[in-house]
Design a binder for this molecule. Structure first.
Ligand code: PMT
Length: 220
């Protein structure tokens, strides 16, 4: 009986969108459904890992064996990852975290005014980048959701986030990105190499990413 590729490994996965509240009834968000992140959680468990899933608001049932922490905003997701970090072997940032949030939260519903309105935004913290900067033994895997110049931006994110792998998907390609049951990804690694995967289900894509991660951990 061979041990599973990720047995004894701890995996921290962020998934889904974040919601940045404007007032009690409105928020800023994006199209992430959590499918890619939940598929990674499911497959990591199948490969023997212990999984903590930090999830933004989605309509999916998490894998029964995952330890799940539900969050709403980028700030909550940021706070949720740190208690697990030291003890984590593989971090996977699948979440579509908002890069900006409203500068002011209105405690009462904003009323219509004559004419246009402007909502000022401020930057959120980059969770993956901060995890990457503080890494000791962790393997850091980020995603890159792009609409153009995929390779250039993905390689930029490898450096900027001190990641070991960036999984890039062009979210304007049919069968890839948000909401679909399939994805088309390229895995960029720090040694300069890249692995192009064909259109696969998100489960199969997840398995390929995790198998690659397992072999990288073995080389260390
Ligand atoms: O959820 P689905 O509907 O299945 O869709 C899947 C997906 C398109 C969301 C997924 O495949 C994907 O591409 N996820 C990353 C989305 C994203 O926000 O990418 P980015 O290029 O903006 O961010 C780069 C990396 O930094 C990501 O790993 C992201 O999780 C992380 N990040 C970004 C901003 C921030 N403030 N904190 C972060 O940790």
């Amino acid at each position: 009986n061979q041990p599973l590729p990720l047995s004894g490994k701890k995996c921290l996965i962020t998934a889904g969108p974040t919601r940045e509240a404007i007032d009690p009834v409105r928020f800023l968000t994006n199209h992430s459904t959590g499918k890619m992140g939940y598929a990674l959680a499911e497959e990591a468990i199948k490969l023997g890992a212990e999984v903590t899933l930090i999830s933004g608001p989605v309509n999916l049932a998490p894998p029964a064996k995952a330890h799940v922490v539900q969050v709403e905003s980028a700030a909550e997701m940021y706070d949720a990852v740190w208690p697990f970090y030291d003890d984590t072997d593989i971090v996977i940032g699948t979440a579509a975290v908002a890069d900006y949030k409203p500068k002011v939260y209105h405690t009462h519903k904003m009323k219509k005014q004559p004419g246009d309105n402007v909502i000022e935004l401020e930057r959120t913290k980059d969770i993956l980048q901060e995890l990457g900067m503080k890494k000791t033994h962790q393997l850091i895997i980020g995603f890159a959701a792009e609409t153009n110049a995929v390779e250039e931006y993905a390689r930029g994110k490898l450096e900027k986030k001190n990641a070991d792998m960036i999984v890039a998907n062009n979210v304007t390609t049919a069968g890839a990105g948000f909401g679909t049951d399939t994805n088309i990804v390229t895995i960029f690694k720090r040694d300069g190499s890249a692995i192009n995967l064909p259109m696969l289900t998100k489960a199969e894509t997840a398995k390929r990413i995790l198998t690659e991660a397992a072999s990288m951990l073995q080389k260390d």
